[in-house]
Design a binder for this molecule. Structure first.
Ligand code: 0GY
Length: 289
């Protein structure tokens, strides 16, 4: 794995949709720069640098005001690249960290001061070597006040994860709705299982994101729009949205971020839904203090 990959579109179009003032891109990442912040020895992909400056230029081009930067697996539990981006954002970014579960309270508070407001548990075998549930639960029990857990899994392991998810003692955010097969439609087995999860506790949020990963029918991702809109309409206070730029490890297809933004009014068709999805809900999770 020596070749560094580019996973983002070189010239994203300007979206037609105009996000409301204060809108948050609540799922994006930075890579490196590698010379300053090397990738993890356990990284499953080796990306080109996707710097804070590039992220902020895209934020402005797409019409967003703020970012939530999620620590990507290629940086392991060394959060310096993400903290560097938050520090450079002029207060316009917050973050989600990946931590060694043995992290001390003092180190967690350093992350809080650096703008982190949650930790991510990644269960994708193609991205991480192990996901120790007992250790994850232990650290989830001693997070700074107001933090939450972001969890990333695929639909086929959801039922097996239910006892673990039930035991998490803080609010949760599920990345990309736990990757349902959206071609099954809004009432397909994957969406029904995800709805059962949402019904199991009121503090589970989700990201109706990543049409490019979830809908292999391709841009304009009609299956995604059809399956996801009812979920946003039924749970308007529990969703947050993001571009997923720089689209980690996407090699086959480089999604146009302008088109990704134009999915927003198709899944959140009213100004009220858009405000909740893009402003009110992420503000509650990331800018409460
Ligand atoms: C995402 C999705 C992916 C990767 C990562 O941390 C990561 O490397 O999150 C993926 O490959 O599906 O949410 O960015």
């Amino acid at each position: 794995m020596n070749e560094r990959i580019v996973s983002w579109h070189p010239h994203p179009s300007k979206p037609t949709f105009v996000p409301p003032p204060g809108a948050v891109d609540a799922h994006c990442h930075v890579f490196g720069p590698m010379a300053e912040f090397p990738f993890s020895a356990k990284a499953k992909y080796l990306p080109e640098d996707a710097t804070p400056e590039m992220l902020f230029a895209l934020r402005d081009r797409l019409g967003f005001a703020r970012n939530v930067i999620v620590q990507a697996s290629c940086h392991g539990s060394d959060n310096r690249a993400t903290l560097n981006a938050i520090a450079k954002s002029d207060g316009k970014a917050r973050g989600v960290a990946v931590v060694d579960p043995a992290i001390s309270e003092a180190e967690l508070h350093v992350l809080h001061d650096g703008g982190m407001r949650g930790i991510r548990f990644n269960f994708l075998k193609r991205l991480v070597d192990d996901a120790p549930k007992d250790k994850f639960l232990e650290v989830a029990g001693r997070l700074p006040a107001g933090w939450h857990v972001v969890i990333y899994f695929e639909a086929d392991i959801l039922e097996g994860l239910r006892p673990f998810i039930d035991a998490i003692p803080v609010p949760l955010v599920v990345d990309h709705m736990g990757r349902p097969d959206v071609t099954q439609g809004p009432d397909g087995p994957d969406m029904r299982a995800f709805r059962r999860l949402l019904e199991s506790r009121p503090d589970i949020h989700f990201k109706p994101t990543c049409p490019d990963r979830l809908d292999l029918t391709g841009d304009p991702w009609n299956a995604f729009a059809k399956a996801v809109r009812p979920l946003v309409e039924d749970y308007p206070d529990r969703c947050i949205w993001g571009t997923d730029w720089p689209h980690p490890n996407q090699q086959k297809f480089l999604p146009d971020d302008g088109h990704i933004v134009d999915m927003i009014p198709r899944i959140a068709p009213t100004a009220e839904l858009q405000h909740k999805l893009l402003v009110a809900n992420p503000e509650r999770l990331y800018w409460a203090d």
